[in-house]
Design a binder for this molecule. Structure first.
Ligand SMILES: Nc1ncnc2c1ncn2[C@@H]1O[C@H](COP(=O)(O)OP(=O)(O)O)[C@@H](O)[C@H]1O
Ligand SMILES: [Mg+2]
Length: 367
């Protein structure tokens, strides 16, 4: 019998998981509050709130395994489902990555570098933290932030009270600004039987807090580069400590020859979308293999790739498809300012070719 996977959340990550799983003979069911969703267009949908056990039970009926595609899934929902059937990643990895403070404490306890940080729960604590960490710094909500939302940069003393006015009232964290050379990320998978595979380090460029571009592999970082080893070792420590199953992403700041952890995501990741066209096995397929305890697929790079996010609006499919090396992935969403509507993977036979092809379409992206 075909394995049936349940996915909590109906966004584009769920959609791409389902699309990667059908060729493997898998079936899917989506749980999503909204009646219309990117994943709901490609798989049967149970529509209802994820915080009601009755809804969760109805959803779980007949499934073999459950996963999730956004990290703000209620830990309680995952715990409830875990009592009935395997849920991967489990509640521990989810809980740790939902709170920026807990996440940074985990990194620190494993000897992984982070920005200097301090919890902030009052205006006085913010002043003290700004004093001890120094400015510039970034004040962030501990929970529910994404795409740069829930963050305020503090450049000088006068910005402190302004930042408190904006975010005060939520549990917060103040982080020192890391003077990074560039941002990179590690996407890896660990299966139920402990097998681990790593994609190469990739370089990420953000605009207005949203991922704009991923260059895969990261220029100048070959498989034997010390940073590749350091990144994989850190990832393995985190995965093993959490008993993690599935795809996990760690976002890094590169500072000279050191890697400083920014945050992690307990799911398939936007900086792994290039694998759909540039790696032997996509991150989506490897996530499914991992949670089912199936052999992981090769992460070998087949073609250097530049991934560009389509945010806000995009050219027509016909226009994109006329471009050499462009692989189009749309999420079935209607255009709205600041919304991720899809991505293109621009592939080349060489890194130079991929980069030139991406450069040629750069002004097609909406600012
Ligand atoms: N401590 C920091 N130092 C320097 N830049 C930062 C820091 N924190 C965040 N940023 C910048 O803001 C972006 C978004 O912040 P991040 O913590 O990753 O939040 P999100 O959950 O929105 O992705 C990062 O990719 C980076 O460019
Ligand atoms: Mg981030």
């Amino acid at each position: 019998m075909a394995k049936r996977i349940g996915i909590l959340g109906g966004g584009q990550l769920g959609r791409m998981l389902a699309l990667a799983g059908y060729p493997l003979g898998l079936e899917f069911r989506i749980l999503e509050d909204a009646a219309e969703s990117p994943a709901g267009q490609v798989a049967p949908l149970v529509s209802g709130p994820l915080d009601q056990n009755l809804v969760l039970d109805r959803f779980a009926e007949g499934l073999d395994c459950v996963t999730f595609e956004f990290e703000n899934v209620l830990v309680k929902a995952v715990e409830h489902l875990s009592g009935r059937l395997p849920v991967h990643p489990g509640p521990l990895g989810l809980a740790k990555s939902q709170d920026r403070l807990v996440e940074k404490e985990l990194f620190r306890s494993l000897g992984i570098l982070t920005a200097p940080f301090a919890p902030v729960n009052s205006a006085t604590e913010l002043e003290q933290a700004a004093e001890s960490i120094g400015l510039p710094a970034i004040l962030k909500t501990r929970r529910f932030g994404y795409d740069g939302k829930g963050q305020v940069r503090i450049d000088g003393a006068s910005g402190v009270s302004l930042a408190w006015e904006k975010l005060g009232g939520h549990p917060l964290i103040l982080e020192g600004l890391v003077p990074f050379d560039r941002e990179m990320s590690q996407v890896s998978a660990r299966s139920t039987n402990g097998e681990i595979c790593h994609y190469p380090l990739v370089q990420n460029i953000h605009k207005k807090g949203i991922l704009h571009k991923t260059i895969a592999p990261a220029p100048g970082i070959g498989p034997e580069h010390p940073l590749s080893h350091a990144s994989q070792k850190a990832m393995e420590k985190v995965m093993q400590t959490l008993g993690y199953v599935g795809v996990l992403a760690i976002e890094w700041f590169q500072v000279g020859d050191a890697l400083v952890a920014n945050e992690m995501a307990p799911r398939v990741h936007n900086t792994g979308h290039w694998t759909m066209d540039g790696a032997q096995t996509s991150q989506f397929e490897n996530h499914l293999r991992a949670i089912l305890g199936w052999p992981l697929g090769s992460t070998e790079v087949t073609r250097p790739t530049v991934m560009l996010n389509l945010v806000g609006d995009y050219r027509t499919a016909k226009e994109w498809l006329a471009q050499p090396g462009v692989k189009l992935h749309l999420y079935g969403k209607s255009p709205r300012k600041g919304r991720k509507l899809g991505h293109v993977n621009v592939i080349g036979n060489t890194a130079e070719e991929a980069s030139e092809r991406a450069y040629a379409v750069m002004d097609w992206l909406v600012e």
